[in-house]
Design a protein around this ligand. Structure first.
Ligand code: AMP
Length: 113
């Protein structure tokens, strides 16, 4: 499986990368839906939440913590933000490399569409 996100990890496609470590990468969404819209992805090419294995638990915990740190560094923590993982067709997933949206900088509505 190779997606546009694998190409961003491998620097074959440009992106505005804002955080990277051994396990994950964060970059700004090319089509932002809020003043701050960042995608956080595992370097491991997991297709979706539906393909997650129990062994991926520590990786997902690491990503949740890094999401909180990125939100803090983007100045979102006090007013708030939203983490979203769209999953498969009815969940609105378009890129089949698991990714977490970090959205903030405006009032977000509930329920989402
Ligand atoms: P989803 O619909 O949850 O699968 O989200 C995929 C997201 O990837 C969308 O918000 C797109 O705008 C974003 N996206 C697609 N290609 C790129 C790219 N080359 N660089 C940054 N974001 C991208």
């Amino acid at each position: 499986m190779s997606t546009i996100f694998s190409k961003i990890i491998n620097r074959e496609v440009p992106a505005e990368i804002i955080y990277e470590d051994d396990l994950c990468l964060a970059f700004r969404d090319v089509s932002p839906q809020a003043p701050v819209h960042i995608l956080l992805i595992p370097k491991k090419p997991i297709e979706s939440m539906a393909k997650l294995q129990e062994e991926d638990g520590a990786l997902m915990g690491h990503m949740l913590f890094q999401a909180s740190q990125i939100a803090e560094s983007e100045g979102l923590s006090e007013k708030g933000y939203r983490l979203v993982i769209n999953t498969n067709q009815q969940g609105g997933q378009s890129v089949y490399h698991l990714h977490m949206h970090i959205l903030g900088g405006r009032q977000l509505h509930w329920p989402p569409g």
